[in-house]
Design a protein around this ligand. Structure first.
Ligand SMILES: [Zn+2]
Length: 269
């Protein structure tokens, strides 16, 4: 198959992911990933066992996958993402010339974009796309992967005219660390606000218990609370607090205020 065909599949996959994951901000299950259709038949986007996926008719790898590591430990990506904001993705076993590593090299040579499936929990992934393999390092048995910032535009452009330059630490935080933290915390709270029980993921945030500006404010599930937007803001502004015995307390002056139903039901009661 031609590279044009490989481009077309990628373009269709990215547009489909935009729809089903709200531009890569929500996670997706393995079975949902397997429901991608291209030209009237299902088309596999991810290797459920290994890390690298290349459809039979393709020359370049279509996706890479990072499996799940326990949520109470600092996530694995800390080992593989450099200070430069680049992912150092290890070769598959068997030396530089096994099919998977050849496919990574082809993605590097052709400049074709890939999807990086990052596990939120077993069988659930956050898709990060497009990512590009910008360097092959056979001497270190790895490739260097850059996350692009194209999601920031309202309309997703899979093959930008301008080379993408922004691979900063900040971008990794926005495209990887923050959405992974959010998805993991919200799933841990069964997609509800911990205070009011609101069950609308689009209105939920993952709040840090110890703020992320402090050294202990890690982006790990035990330091997270699933809160709706109003309770997140009230928590951050010290209007509402939670005691270690899980009692919720409201700031005294707020309790004395008189106002409409949001204050009464949403905060005071
Ligand atoms: Zn709430």
């Amino acid at each position: 198959m031609s590279l044009e065909y490989e481009k077309k599949v990628r373009e269709a996959a990215f547009l489909w992911l935009n729809e089903v994951t709200d531009y890569g901000t929500e996670s997706i299950s393995t079975s949902e990933i397997n429901s991608f259709y291209f030209e009237n038949s299902t088309f596999r986007l991810m290797n459920p066992q290994g890390g690298i996926w290349k459809p039979k008719s393709f020359k370049a790898a279509l996706s890479i996958r990072t499996g799940f590591s326990a949520p109470n430990k600092p996530p694995k990506y800390e080992d593989s993402i450099g200070k430069d904001g680049l992912l150092y993705y290890k070769y598959m076993e068997g030396g530089p010339d096994v099919w998977g590593n050849v496919a990574l090299r082809m993605a590097c040579k052709t400049g074709l974009p890939l999807i990086w499936f990052y596990a939120i929990k077993t069988g659930t992934y956050l898709p990060i796309y497009p990512v590009f393999i910008i360097k092959d390092e056979p001497e270190n048995s790895q490739v260097v992967v850059a996350i692009s910032d194209t999601r920031s535009s309202s309309f997703y452009e899979p093959f930008p005219e301008q080379p993408i330059k922004l691979y900063s630490d900040q971008l990794v935080k926005i495209r990887l660390h923050q959405p992974v933290f959010r998805e993991r915390v919200i799933l841990a709270y069964k997609k509800r606000c911990a205070m009011c029980g609101l069950n609308h993921t689009e209105l939920l945030d993952a709040a840090h218990i110890i703020p992320d500006s402090l050294e202990d404010g890690l982006a790990i599930v035990p330091n997270g609370l699933s809160l709706c937007k109003i309770h997140h803001a009230a928590f951050d502004k010290n209007i509402i607090g939670i005691k270690p015995n899980l009692e919720i307390s409201i700031r005294a002056d707020i309790l004395d205020e008189k106002d409409g139903p949001m204050l009464r039901h949403g905060i005071q009661s």
